[in-house]
Design a binder for this molecule. Structure first.
Ligand code: PMT
Length: 406
């Protein structure tokens, strides 16, 4: 199964800050995504983390000096610059930022950087006053104008004892930003609304009716949209997933709360993708106190929930509306019926109940149905891959056509 960074050449530049230890975790995350990692470190970085640590984690020799390498004088940093698909400098000290902004090349990392042509992410990390100083801000503005991607440091308690901006963001966040450089920004300017996860319909203060949705499929859709430059809002039922970086999150519990949140956001959205497994019914009354185990048989009366997607379909103007259909049989028939009844432009049908598709799994097997009658069977793919294909097809459809045979 493909990972986002399969066979990608990523160079991590490490300069001499206390946060250099976090680069180890960044290496681990990026390697897990299939990346081939090379490390170039400054002399001062070596005072915080040894080259041997980076060598062991990356599985490659580390470049720590200009004349470091085969035959004592290889121009390894130039080769690496030519091969790199993306570069991240984490942490980036005031010193390396100053050198890059002014074209100074006096060590392996700064020399390498002048030769790089791939996307570069700079992660400043230093004392708050240093970060806010005019020279550093001026240099960061220069780097931004030169096309570098700057990830702002987080605020918090710093190793030097002060509190403020200057902390290196979490490695997962940096990895996310790096992965996003691998995708086209073909959703830039689009507002995308995604719903994900289950809803919970309360019975009494301790019980509810719900379903097995983990949120993985919907979160993958939100992530894919964000990677491709969209302005994404994710309305999520209760899940155990971490929030998607860069995405506006709205947390809800019940179908009724989901409806309110969706209608609140829907008008401005260009694309709406409803992946959430919304309960079709809710208990007619919610007991104020925990229901006691007194009767042998307990009956609940359920009222129908509003069909949010159907309502969106009836209000639809200039929007692309996508539904998901979770079925246990007759996928074609049921998905097509839902697409028609809810006035959708596309529906993704998936059979649920198996281990490699539907609820909870990291993979999904989806059939796409389009309002013009076209249909596309996808193989078992990761939910992230499904999400990207979904956007590929949405963009083609919004553009007025689909490749022949699709
Ligand atoms: O979350 P995961 O564990 O990753 O699992 C993914 C998934 C199986 C939940 C997902 O792939 C999926 O199929 N989502 C749709 C689940 C569902 O509720 O299907 P449905 O056939 O009952 O509803 C059809 C569509 O109408 C859905 O887009 C749903 O969001 C929407 N709907 C349904 C009921 C309702 N009251 N309001 C709605 O908007």
């Amino acid at each position: 199964m493909k990972s986002f960074l399969n066979e990608k050449q990523i160079v991590i530049g490490v300069s001499g800050g206390i946060a250099a230890y976090k680069s180890s975790e960044l290496i681990r995350i990026l390697k897990k995504q299939g990346a081939d990692i090379k490390i170039i470190m400054t002399e001062n970085a070596g005072k915080f983390v040894g080259a041997l640590t980076f060598k062991a984690l990356s599985g490659q020799d580390v470049c720590a000096g200009l004349f470091d390498g085969k035959d004592g004088g290889s121009i390894r940093h130039i080769e690496w610059a030519e091969e790199a698909d993306a570069v991240v400098i984490a942490p980036a000290t005031a010193n390396i930022i100053g050198k890059l902004a002014n074209g100074i090349a006096d060590d392996a990392l700064s020399t390498f950087m002048l030769a790089v042509t791939s996307p570069v992410i700079i992660c400043p990390s230093m004392n708050t006053h240093m970060y806010e100083s005019r020279p550093v801000q001026r240099n960061l503005n220069t780097l931004e104008a030169d096309g570098y991607i700057i990830i702002e440091p987080e605020e918090g308690e710093l190793a030097c004892g002060t509190t403020g901006a200057g902390r290196l963001p979490e490695p997962h966040y940096i990895a996310d930003r790096l992965i996003s450089t691998m995708f086209p920004s073909d959703l830039k300017g689009k507002k995308v609304l995604v719903s994900a996860g289950p809803t919970r319909e309360p019975i009494d203060p301790v019980r509810y009716i719900s379903n097995h949705s983990s949120g993985k499929m919907g979160y993958a859709v939100a992530r894919a949209g964000e990677y491709r430059g969209a302005d994404v809002t994710l309305i999520s039922g209760p899940t155990s997933l971490p929030p998607v970086a860069g995405v506006k999150m709205v947390s809800i519990e019940s179908a009724c709360e989901m409806a309110d949140a969706v209608f609140d956001q829907a008008e401005n959205a260009d694309i709406i993708i409803k992946v959430a497994a919304v309960a079709d019914y809710h208990p007619k009354s919610i007991s104020e106190h925990k229901i006691k185990k007194e009767e042998d048989v307990l009956s609940l009366t359920l009222d129908k929930n509003l069909d949010i997607l159907k309502e969106l379909g009836s209000r639809k103007k200039d929007q692309f509306l996508v539904g998901f259909a979770a079925e246990t049989r007759d996928l074609d028939q049921n998905a097509l019926k839902k697409m028609k009844e809810k006035n959708l432009d596309m529906i993704a049908g998936n059979l649920v109940g198996g281990s490699s598709s539907g609820f909870g799994s990291d993979t999904n097997q989806v059939t796409l149905y389009f309002s013009d009658g076209a249909k596309e069977n996808l193989p078992v793919l990761t939910k992230d891959e499904v999400a990207h294909i979904l956007f590929d097809r949405i963009l083609v459809s919004m553009d007025g056509g689909r490749p022949a045979g699709k």
